[in-house]
Design a protein around this ligand. Sequence first.
Ligand code: OSB
Ligand code: MG
Length: 370
Amino acid sequence: MIIKEVTIRKMKMSLKDPFTTSFGTFRDKDFLLLEAKDELGNTGWGESVAFHSPWYSEETLETNLHMIKDFLLPLVLGKEIGHPDEVNELFSAIRRNNMAKSTVEGAIWDLYAKRNKLTLAEALGGEQEKIEVGISIGIDEDMNRLVETVGGFIEEGYKRIKVKIKPGFDVEVMRELRRNFPDVPMMADANSAYTLEDVDLLKQLDEFNLTMIEQPLASDDIIDHATLQKQLETPICLDESIHSLEDTRKAIELGSTKIINIKIGRVGGLTESKKIHDYCMERGIPVWCGGMLESGIGRAHNVALTTLPNFILPGDTAGSSRYWEQDIISPEVVVEDGYITVPTGYGIGYEPDFEAMDQFTVEKMHFKAE
Ligand code: OSB
Ligand code: MG
């Protein structure tokens, strides 16, 4: 296939409810969408999961735009691409900027699947017809309201509850949630808010039978996590620290992580995600699909990836209605009884809802092969 044309949209959508992590509160989601067109008129969609500011990683919406426009598109526009795995190779001369790379690569995967009359899940080699989903719940200092929120999502059917923690909002919160919901699979995500000085505090979490604790220590660490894991019963799952298959290999060899959260954007795309998945599967390390408060486009990629066999823990791939009054795809992503039924249409399997999309588009940019 030859990539003939690309359209990038700068988007702004308001979250239904504010989402608070150890770094701050989100009310809006600013992000990029990318639409790639081939020589036959097929189109594919990608979403940049970079946030407006660089709190989760060094990438932002604007650095992604810069990288895509000035470095990545020139490598793919007008080029003959046989398979999306080649995109990873084409981008290999550019260091990191994984979310930017993944935006372009994701659109090409969707395009490739559509062109070959496959669902994106099939193109990736996935087989599950429905996927199990959990939900990630932000920090809420009002404990009664938090218990109510968690209870509501359990009632909606979500298979696993993840709660954000931070110093001062941790052990007692998890104790109270466990007391209210003794049997629900539960986990905590610290987004790097602790250090090894907090070992004694983190050990207290062992009492609550959590499925895992996600990224307790620094975002660039894999050494201290190994030290911590030796003292914890609760499995550690790395999120921010994992940018590649190589990071995965090293973290597993060191004993820094027992579970991997795969985020397509963080690791530079679906090809790398699949490699990490396969590597973990061979070693009996379970993986699950993380979320970045995506719109329906990014969410659809997450759903397709999760159909691979080693995604044995529920992901953060909640339904559209958890985030948005109105999503930008049709139909929206729906969770029933804690499951999303994988769509059977070609590519990502959800159609863009252009009316909704246009409503949230701040700027549109066009690029053409010469
Ligand atoms: O650490 O997994 C995270 C949201 C934004 C940035 C980082 C994270 C999260 C979430 C929510 O936990 C995931 C989602 O529901 O999309
Ligand atoms: Mg996380």
